[in-house]
Ligand binder design. Structure first.
Ligand code: MOS
Length: 723
């Protein structure tokens, strides 16, 4: 089904099932431990051996020698994989560094060996007996030093109007620099794989967000046909972008299984994940704002510096700045330093998360210079069109409503404009706010729906559920379309043998994957109507029946023994080029800062979101409160500390990499504004999972400033920066 003009009325608009707060259908499996994760699939293939990965002990250089003798002789060892016996490998399209290093080492903890043994403990013990000699090379690990030395643009700067003149002539100016650290996804389930060969065919159970990308990259890396590879990933214990790509657990399990001649399972050891996989790259951001005395922005400049390995991309922290506020004169640009740290890549709302952490502090600072309320200042500078192209409107942009509703609900009028004025015992109390912004991306997505003789509808797709609720909203879509109850729908996901979906990333999963189910259901409705001898255009599906005129037939009876099938994909024309589709939020935070210790406690949080039709307010709320929690982590705790001498992240486990726990999170409130966006898909929905994070860090930072009068521009805002 091709979608290239705004959707008219369709069966989803009934909202009998869609739009309801249905419990997660995978919930009981998750909470009773019966939803199996990749590493737990003891049942799927016999004779599984265990792999343990050895990571490089240098950040850059060459392996001079590897002495495997003691490891080979250790008890239980079956095989040891290194670059010398791995065979010829290509590099996946999505991978920056090779997943099996050697003799060249490209980053710290790059995998250089896999020990395969009868037990995990034997594999681990043997891996510690491998003796590696390195020729270490000098590397660049310090973003701040690289910036001082000069860093070229990653791509040409975007300019609208004449920024230099506009900024120079502005009556009120702000020019500040902000920093965000390297961050790790810290998802609960580590990357894990079981790989089994049957001749030249390969079956892989893994934990992965984007099945088709990863199947393609695995086949490419192994130089085998994609048809020979089957990936299975029905349950995923968190992704956040860490599992968008083929990673070392999968490739090494596959190579280890080939070498050992039996199935091999590998979980990336937690202390390897930070340096072996991808992370959110640190940024330094210079923001310049110029405004008239009455608070109209005239110039917006945003430049961001980040680093990556050769071939890696910049963290695009300026992207939202091209679209968020009106101003005639604009400059945005990214600068990319070559660093020899592990690969920087997507982590939840890549770009916007660090970008808004800086921009939305700058907006708070500018509002103060202008003597304006921060909410009012943002409302004054709203735009309904792309500021770089007045012809391009936003399909929906309820940012002002988000801010008005949020201010009202949060009691923003009780905020003291002057910082450091409000006390509660030993706590200095303050309120802060920010804007959240994230684009809505359209991606082709396919599904198959089967109707059987019991009247059960089964959805099949390679879509993934990374804890987000994909199972549930896809089932709701089919239930609505086919006129059956949720108990009549089953969902099979995460298998590369099923139709290729949009996958889970960039908050595009919900709208696109359900639109794919919609398209498949349109086909199935036609098949059902035809079999009933009804005109598909007239047929009404409700209560397990199809009706038209005086005819009414049960779906189960029509399906018969052989059943009926509908399969299709939603495909998009150029609608996203014609209208700008984005999601918006107002974030409000109250903090207390201890007068003696400068410890910050978040006291209240509110997010007001405008993100198209909300397919399931319960799972959407869960996404947003999880995202707000991640925002608190980004503001107050999260930081991969770089050892700039040796080039690695020092705190590479869950003990040293701090994230919020329940005790850190207070009451969280989430409001979804009524919105239906007919340009997004037949679902008229948008993503919301990443929107919930965008801007939260700055709202916390602004609340700390309001409480204390101390402006911190360097995240995380740990107590040492407040004293
Ligand atoms: Mo998201 S960072 O695209 O999983």
């Amino acid at each position: 089904m091709r979608f290239d003009s705004p959707a008219g009325q369709n069966p989803i608009d009934q909202m009998k099932v869609v739009g309801r707060p249905h419990d997660r259908i995978d919930g009981p499996g998750k909470t009773t431990g019966t939803a199996p994760y990749a590493y737990e699939r003891h049942d799927v293939v016999a004779n599984q051996a265990y792999g343990h990965i050895l990571g490089a002990g240098i950040a850059k250089g060459r392996i001079r020698s590897m002495d495997l003798r003691a490891a080979r002789a250790a008890s239980g060892v079956i095989a040891i994989l290194t670059h010398e016996n791995a065979g010829r490998l290509d590099k996946g399209r999505m991978n920056v560094a090779r997943l099996l290093g050697g003799p060249e080492v490209e980053h710290y903890h790059q995998a250089i060996a896999l020990v395969v043994a009868e037990s995990f403990e034997q594999a681990r013990a043997a891996s510690q007996l491998i003796r590696v000699e390195y020729d270490r090379a000098a590397g660049q690990f310090d973003l701040h030093a690289a910036r001082r030395a000069g860093v070229p643009p990653a791509q040409e700067d975007k300019r609208v109007g004449d920024f230099d003149r506009g900024f120079a002539e502005a009556a009120v100016r702000l020019d500040e620099t902000y920093a965000t650290p390297d961050e790790s996804h810290a998802m609960m389930e580590p990357h894990a794989t079981i790989a089994a060969w049957q001749g030249d065919r390969l079956t892989v159970w893994l934990s992965n967000q984007m099945i088709a990308w990863t199947a393609g990259d695995l086949a490419k890396t192994l130089r085998i046909p994609k048809e020979n590879v089957r990936l299975i990933s029905p349950f995923i214990g968190g992704g956040f972008g860490a599992k968008l790509f083929l990673r070392a657990d999968t490739l090494l399990a596959v190579l280890g299984a080939r070498l050992a001649g039996r199935p091999v399972k590998v979980a990336l050891q937690r202390p390897l994940i930070a340096n072996n996989t991808t992370h959110r790259a640190a940024t330094i951001q210079r923001i310049r704002l110029g405004a008239t005395r009455d608070g109209r922005l005239t110039a917006i400049g945003h430049e961001s510096w980040s680093g990556n390995l050769e071939g890696g991309d910049p963290e695009d922290a300026v992207q939202q700045t091209t679209l968020l506020y009106a101003a005639a004169h604009r400059l945005t640009g990214t600068r990319l330093a070559r660093l020899d740290l592990p690969e920087g890549n997507a982590m939840r709302a890549p770009g916007e998360t660090p970008g808004l952490m800086a921009l939305e502090i700058a907006m708070d600072e500018m509002a103060e210079k202008l003597g304006l309320d921060p909410v009012q200042f943002r409302i004054l500078n709203d735009t309904q069109t792309d500021p770089g192209n007045a012809q391009r409107r936003f399909s929906q942009r309820q940012l002002v409503e988000c801010l008005r509703v949020g201010a009202e609900r949060f009691g923003w009028n009780r905020r003291q404009a002057r910082p450091g004025q409000q006390r509660d015992g030993r706590w200095m109390v303050g309120m802060g706010m920010s804007v959240g912004f994230r684009n809505n991306l359209l991606m082709k997505s396919a599904a198959r729906v089967r109707l059987d003789g019991r009247g059960v509808v089964t959805i099949e797709s390679d879509m993934t559920d990374i804890g987000t609720g994909s199972y549930t909203i896809m089932a709701q879509t089919a239930a609505e379309m086919m006129g059956v109850g949720m108990d009549r729908v089953t969902v099979r996901l995460g298998d590369s043998s099923l139709p290729v979906s949009a996958g889970s990333g960039g908050q595009w999963g919900a709208n696109n994957a359900t639109a794919g189910v919609y398209a498949a259901c349109v086909k199935l409705r036609e098949a059902v109507a035809r079999r009933a001898g009804l005109d598909p255009a007239e047929a009404v599906f409700a209560d397990g029946m199809v009706r038209a005129g005086n005819t009414s037939r049960p779906l189960a009876e029509l399906a018969g023994a052989e059943g009926l099938v509908g399969e299709d994909a939603i495909e998009y024309g150029d609608i996203a080029e014609r209208v700008q589709q984005s999601t918006f939020a107002g974030h409000f935070v109250e903090v207390g800062v201890d007068m003696a210790t400068a410890e910050t406690r978040v006291r209240r949080m509110l997010a007001v979101c405008a993100a198209g039709r909300i397919l399931n307010p319960k799972s959407a709320r869960s996404q947003v409160i999880g995202a707000m929690t991640m925002g608190v982590g980004g503001a107050l705790m999260e930081e991969l500390a770089v050892d700039t001498r040796h080039g690695f992240f020092v705190n590479h486990d869950l003990a040293g990499y701090e994230v919020p726990v329940h005790a850190d999170i207070p009451h969280q409130d989430v409001v979804f504004l009524d919105e239906v966006d007919p340009t997004s898909s037949p679902m008229k929905a948008k993503g919301v999972g990443e929107l919930g994070l965008c801007g939260v860090g700055a709202a916390v930072a602004n609340a700390i400033y309001n409480a204390t009068g101390v402006r911190v521009r360097d995240y995380p805002i740990t107590l040492d920066k407040l004293l």
